[in-house]
Ligand binder design. Sequence first.
Ligand SMILES: [Zn+2]
Length: 155
Amino acid sequence: MIWYNFLTSWYGIFGFIWALPVSFLSFIFSTMWLLIFRQVRFKGRFGWIFEFEAIRGNLFDNVWGKKWAGYSAGCVVVYSSSTSDWEPTIVHERRHSWQVFVFGIFQPITYFVHYVYNFCRTRDWFDSYYGNIWEIDARREEAVIRSRMEVRDEA
Ligand SMILES: [Zn+2]
C-alpha cells in the first residue's frame, strides 16, 4: 500500500517527530501500563511504528482481544493476534498512525470534535464512532486488505 511508504521510508522521521506529542502522551497513559502489568509485549517495528501484541491468555487479551482488537496512538500500535481478524486490524491501526504522522496533534483533536459533533446529532455512540472521518478513512484501507485476503483465500 502506497501510504505505507511514509511509515517505512527515511522521510518518515518527519512524521515520527510531528507525531511525538501524541505518541508520548498515549504511551504514558496507556501502553506503558500495559507493559508494566505484562499485558502486552513488544512485537517489532514497522518502519517508524512500534507494535505491541497482547499476551495471549492474560486479562487484557481475554477481555479486550476477543472483540475489537487494536488501537493506535501516534507511533504506537497495540493489537491482539487472538482473533482471526488481526490482519485487517493491524492495517486499520497503522492507518491511524499514518493519520497522526500527517496531521500530528490535530488528528486526535479533530477525532474528538467530530465524535462529539456526531453524538450531538445522533445520540448514538456506535453511529458517532462509525461516522467519524478518521474511522471512515481507516476502514477504507482495511477494506483494501480484506479484499486482497478474499482473493488470496480463493486462490
Ligand atoms: Zn479506528
